[in-house]
Design a protein around this ligand. Structure first.
Ligand code: PLP
Length: 406
């Protein structure tokens, strides 16, 4: 930790917080644009943006203005009453996604919960005794609530909480035969991240998505795309499924992270067939779709439309630069760039490089043990990308040691 203030923060947390996070020894004080500062005044180029949340960088003037004006008028009014912004934002999300109706939650996991309830209720309407199974992919991540971990294809998140939801079937990602054999009349729905995020920035291929669409139609099940990490512009299009070579529309799409750039908000968008499963009283949230969060999200939607060209241009710049670094350094085994969702696969654990990058003034993270992950702000400039690539170039000249067993 860099100062007494930071040490005090850490010490207080250690005494009073549930010790469920393994934080890096860094306490942040403020942010502006693509940069963050610690309490000592050291500056960091932020390529992780609160894990894909601060997609407009920090302190964007239009977001600050919207927060200032709206918070002075009305922050919250519950879902007992109407307010101006839920309908407008829902209309906007429907246009962007090709879907028909929206439910607002407060986070990614809560959006996934909404989608799970929708799949289960849809199955229940057709056959209340047996149509309750949900299919999900290995290596997926859908959040930390009991429902969301039940459909998360990584045992490490589930093992301490079992037994979880019954009727969840796990299928290896991109194994079409396994997907086919998991489907039956009992299937209520399938949930898929179009690009797996926590799993290491892996795209799920078009053939599996096409097959999932066809099987959902055949067995009257719901196809759910989890766009919480890869959606809202991150992949260079509004939603990652819109970048596929063929048009595939899900029945339900869940989103969250950057939608209100740090104010808690998530959304479940559904077509009429899926939305019909949820009627009055079946689902709800005290905070969901709050006045301030939805007002800010409308501003975010305007800005994302303006930023799509920059997302694509900076994506190309990263791809080009990272491919060059890969050709120089044998320990980089793959570079995966989808818009500003970027993974660098290493032949060894990446955690040490994350710490080294932090010390060098660059915030990145590591997922799936060996994948360095960047989720830069959509506002990042050409110069800032060049600066990130320069820092990485220096760091990569000293690769971390291989683990002893290798
Ligand atoms: C694809 C995906 N789904 C769901 C979640 C859970 O979102 P939250 O942490 O907002 O609950 C995440 C979070 O990383 C995610 O990446």
């Amino acid at each position: 930790m860099e100062t007494d203030i930071a040490a005090q923060i850490q010490e207080r947390e250690q005494r009073h917080l549930l010790q469920n996070y393994a934080r890096y020894p860094l306490a942040l004080d403020r942010g502006k644009g693509s940069y963050l500062w610690d309490f000592k005044g050291k500056r960091y180029l932020d390529l992780i943006t609160g894990i894909g949340v601060n997609a407009l960088g920090h302190g964007h003037p239009r977001i600050l203005k919207a927060i200032r004006e709206q918070s002075a008028r009305l922050i919250h009014c519950s879902n007992l009453y109407y307010h101006e912004f839920q309908g407008k934002l829902a209309e906007r999300l429907c246009k962007m996604s090709g879907l028909d109706r929206v439910f607002f939650s407060n986070s990614g996991a809560e959006s996934v919960e909404g989608a799970i309830k929708m799949m289960r209720a849809h199955g229940h309407r057709i056959d209340p005794l047996s149509k309750f199974e949900i299919i999900t992919l290995d290596n997926s991540f859908h959040g930390r609530t009991c429902g969301a971990i039940s459909v998360t294809g990584n045992p490490k998140y589930r093992k301490d909480f079992e037994p979880l939801l019954p009727g969840v079937r796990f299928v290896p990602a991109n194994d079409i035969r396994a997907l086919e054999s998991a489907f039956s009349e009992r299937t209520a729905g399938v949930i898929i991240e179009v690009i797996q995020g926590e799993g290491g920035i892996y795209p799920v291929g078009l053939p599996l998505l096409k097959k999932a669409r066809q099987l959902c139609d055949q067995f009257d099940a719901l196809l759910v795309f989890d766009e919480i990490q890869c959606g809202i512009g991150r992949a260079g299009v509004h939603f990652a499924y819109q970048s596929l070579e063929e048009r595939i529309l899900p029945d339900v799409m869940v989103t969250a992270k950057p939608i209100a750039v740090g104010l808690p908000l998530g959304a479940v968008a559904a077509n009429e067939r899926a939305a019909a499963a949820i009627t009055a009283g079946m689902h709800g949230s005290t905070f969901g779709g709050g006045v301030l969060a939805t007002r800010v999200a409308l501003e975010v939607m305007d800005l994302i439309d303006e930023l799509l060209p920059n997302i694509r241009a900076r994506s190309d710049q990263f791809k080009d630069g990272l491919e060059k670094l890969k050709s120089k350094h044998g320990f980089i085994t793959d570079v995966r760039v989808f818009g500003l969702m970027i993974g660098i696969e290493l032949d060894r654990p990446g955690k040490q490089l994350v710490t080294d990058a932090m010390n060098a003034g660059l915030l990145i993270n590591c997922t799936h043990d060996t994948v360095l992950r960047f989720l830069p702000p959509f506002t990042i400039s050409e110069r800032e990308v060049a600066s990130a690539l320069r820092i990485l170039g220096k760091l990569f000249t000293k690769p971390p040691a291989l683990p002893e067993s290798q």
